[in-house]
Design a protein around this ligand. Structure first.
Ligand code: KIV
Length: 288
């Protein structure tokens, strides 16, 4: 069942009055020319229709990340996230946007088994959400899958460095690439994903110099999160940068303190309900 409306003039799921302007994977890939991206590419995560509406005009891409496991569902990691969760939130974000390219994460266990398994999951996610690109985690080992999907019409964003779905192998969420062996492995991973045809690559949680080196080493735009200002673009989890959580990783810059503001608004509402100063005549229906 489709959860979006197809715009017949553009063949896109564009519920907006401004059709035909959505960014595409090739248009993002083309932003990096001769190893350089003149204007950095702007990404944020989004999981809901309303947040997508608010972010869309400011972003080149919206990522429906499997970080929704922790941010929306209160799960301890991204491991338990399901394809059904990603499809429901992906469809909501597509409905709430018209300009940004929407990229949806394939969750853990839904693609690593074989390229065929990955194709089944990615094609289902594209059909059910209307998104035009899919993200997966991993390096050299997953590169044949990236090539398989790309050659079959599925634009792929890679994700190397700190890959949260591998937390049980990595042993935690600490920065990667501190040893020369690990740094070389991350560089090889990025090169393999690039050669396999990814249209862009997220590099997460690596030491700054390595993020810069990865950016210079590959043809696809590299999107940093806990990376380097030299990356071709940047992404943050929106709730982190809005200050929705008390604790955030070092690489997050808070642009607001929404948690405090929500708490203050809720306290003001609770107090007015308790002393009967809400609702007033302005918020109640009177006879005409
Ligand atoms: O899951 C996620 O939100 C991500 C982005 C932060 C890149 O992978």
């Amino acid at each position: 069942m489709s959860t979006f409306t197809i715009d017949t003039s553009t063949s896109r799921a564009t519920p907006s009055p401004v059709p035909g302007k959505r960014m595409t994977a090739p248009s993002i890939r083309a932003r990096k020319i001769d190893g350089k991206t003149a204007e950095p590419i702007v990404l944020l995560t989004a999981y809901t229709m309303r947040m997508a509406q608010l972010l869309d005009a400011h972003c080149d891409m919206l990522i429906v990340g499997d970080s929704l496991g922790q941010v929306i569902y209160g799960l301890p990691s991204t491991i338990p996230v399901t394809v059904e969760m990603m499809c429901a939130h992906g469809a909501a974000v597509v409905r709430g946007s018209w300009h940004a390219l929407v990229v949806v994460d394939m969750p853990f266990g839904s693609y690593e088994g074989s390229p065929e398994q990955a194709f089944a999951t990615a094609s289902r996610m594209m059909k059910e959400t209307g998104c035009a690109a899919i993200k997966l985690e991993g390096g050299e080992a997953i590169a044949p899958t990236v090539a398989f999907l790309t050659q079959r019409g599925i634009p792929i964003m890679g994700h190397v460095g700190l890959t949260p779905q591998a937390v049980n192998v990595l042993g935690g969420y600490g920065a990667r690439g501190r040893s020369s062996e690990e740094a070389e492995k991350i560089l090889r991973d990025a090169r393999a994903i690039d050669e396999a045809g990814a249209f862009s690559i997220v590099v997460e949680g690596v030491i700054e110099g390595l993020a810069t080196e990865v950016t210079r080493a590959v043809g696809a735009p590299v999107i940093g999160i806990g990376g380097s200002a030299e990356c071709d673009g940047q992404v943050l989890v929106t709730e982190d940068m809005l200050g929705m959580f008390e604790r955030t990783p070092r690489f997050v810059k808070r642009y607001d303190d929404l948690a405090s503001r929500i708490s203050e608004a809720a306290a003001a509402y609770a107090s007015e309900v308790r002393d009967r100063s809400f609702p007033t005549a302005e918020q109640t229906y009177q006879p005409k």
